[in-house]
Design a protein around this ligand. Sequence first.
Ligand SMILES: NC(=O)C1=CN([C@@H]2O[C@H](COP(=O)(O)OP(=O)(O)OC[C@H]3O[C@@H](n4cnc5c(N)ncnc54)[C@H](OP(=O)(O)O)[C@@H]3O)[C@@H](O)[C@H]2O)C=CC1
Ligand SMILES: CCCCCCCCCCCCCCCC(=O)[C@@H](N)CO
Length: 321
Amino acid sequence: MLLFILLVLACVSIAYAIICRFFNPRPLSLSNAHVMITGGSSGIGRAVAIEAVKQGAHVTIIARNKTKLEEAREELKKYTINSNQRVSSKSVDITKDYDLLQTAINQAEAELGPVEVLVNCAGYAEASTFQDTTPEQFQNMLNLNFLGTVYTTKCVIKSMKEQLRGQIVMVSSMAGQIGLFGYTAYASSKFALNGLAQSLHMEMKPYNVMVSVVYPPDTDTPGLAAENISKPEETKLISEAAGVYQPEQVAQTIIEGAKKRKFNISLGIDGLMLTSVNAGMSPVTHLSDAVIQVLSMGIFRLIGLFYIFTFDSIVKKCMKK
Ligand SMILES: NC(=O)C1=CN([C@@H]2O[C@H](COP(=O)(O)OP(=O)(O)OC[C@H]3O[C@@H](n4cnc5c(N)ncnc54)[C@H](OP(=O)(O)O)[C@@H]3O)[C@@H](O)[C@H]2O)C=CC1
Ligand SMILES: CCCCCCCCCCCCCCCC(=O)[C@@H](N)CO
């Protein structure tokens, strides 16, 4: 009897492995690939750049401040694993002049070859109630977090299409999956990435160009420190539910997920639950994700209701104070 059960289990796992081989995309190798990272001079972007260099990639980092860029470039060079690896930086504002951005990216491609992986990481958050959020803050967050990603992605898409190879990574946030107190502007700008990512994924899949969306929780970066200065108490208390991660940890998950070409990349157990319950009609790139989503959606929704209940009571308590 035991032997029979073992035999059945073995057959099932072999069948699963075979189906996965056909269903899941072939993983990418970063060795000698050109990886471009916006926001690569600080925080999560910088950690992603380091991880890519460690895996043998040629790396271009994009940001505005030249001093910070140069300092990051010097650090990145320390992690190269072979002598032909190149690390380049381009100082350009991804929200302003589209032609200038295209020129900078063309230059980077002429130097390091066509971009194979683009990580859209430049972004920022300012939390405040809807009433206190100015129209300019709405514009600024949409400009950087959403349009910055649109523009940079547009600049590499033609060459990816021609190469029949590419991975576009968009760094969203857990707040791009659940709307939270204080994040009317920020969450909107991150939710917008999802419509972009899903549509682009469907358009580009026939060209072997795929999209990943990453949903990090709070991460210990200069960006988070700046955000915390003016963050409402409610937003702080609610965000604590998912904890604070280190940028290196987030970067490793991003690189691993991008190499596997996963559409959704999440962190931690609540990240997994939130992503599964949000799966909706999003594309599925990996069989294991589909299996988890199909089996868990109901139960994760139930667990989610408890989170929502807790968040609502935090808001109520703060209001009473
Ligand atoms: N830290 C966190 O808690 C979380 C962050 N995220 C997301 O991760 C991403 C990175 O966050 P984090 O590491 O904290 O950010 P940081 O503030 O540490 O770094 C932001 C980077 O973006 C660059 N940047 C900002 N504006 C522009 C611009 N207009 N054009 C080009 N580059 C620009 C900055 O350089 P410069 O100013 O010189 O241009 C810097 O390199 C963001 O999209 C954020 O929303 C998601 C979840 C949690
Ligand atoms: C099944 C249901 C599971 C539900 C889990 C819900 C947990 C919600 C916590 C949300 C934390 C949001 C952090 C945003 C961080 C961010 O983007 C800014 N810090 C950027 O600077």
